[in-house]
Design a protein around this ligand. Structure first.
Ligand code: ADP
Ligand code: MG
Length: 153
């Protein structure tokens, strides 16, 4: 399946894309979020967490590495691996446990955990373009493909 590219202008539109992704995933799966500092990875993650029904603040997990969310019967783990000095550290954090249940895992800076992360359902790459962002969605699984198909229609 080819990737899907969307032009998303402004923070509100980014949040709305997060809501749409939340509906598709229904709280299950692994999403990689790639892009430079300030690209909009946390903004999109916030939209996804809110879209699943979470009302509280969604902070960047830059210093905590992971922020957990419990939303009714669903769990979301929001990672930011920017400050990880060695991918091997993920082993000590018990990274496998996070992927054992079919919770939703949102992972910013996945390249920092290379070799210690499973293949995602969807890789999202964000790039600045004009006053907005180009968001590219690349699926790696059957369900990732169906999310993209739904978002494209
Ligand atoms: P990252 O987590 O990738 O470092 P953030 O989500 O913290 O980036 O966002 C950085 C800035 O980009 C925020 O000020 C946010 O309002 C802005 N932003 C996010 N998405 C868009 C968009 N689609 N168009 C324009 N600005 C955006
Ligand atoms: Mg961020």
């Amino acid at each position: 399946m080819p990737s899907l590219e969307l032009y998303i202008e402004g923070e509100n539109a980014m949040t709305a894309l997060g809501y749409a992704l939340a509906q598709q995933t229904d709280g299950h799966g692994i999403l990689f979020l790639q892009g430079d500092l300030g690209a909009g990875k946390t903004t999109l993650s916030r939209g996804i967490v809110r879209g699943l029904g979470y009302d509280g603040p969604v902070k960047s997990p830059t210093f905590t590495l992971v922020e957990p969310y419990e939303i009714n019967d669903k769990r979301v783990w929001h990672f930011d691996l920017y400050r990880l000095s060695d991918p091997e550290e993920l082993e000590y954090l018990g990274i496998r446990d996070y992927f054992a249940d079919d919770d939703l895992c949102l992972i910013e800076w996945p390249q920092q955990g290379q070799g210690f992360l499973p293949q995602p359902d969807l890789e999202i790459s964000i790039k600045a373009h004009n006053t907005g962002r180009i968001v590219r969605l690349l699926p790696f699984s059957t369900r990732g493909k169906s999310w993209c198909a739904a978002l494209a229609s």
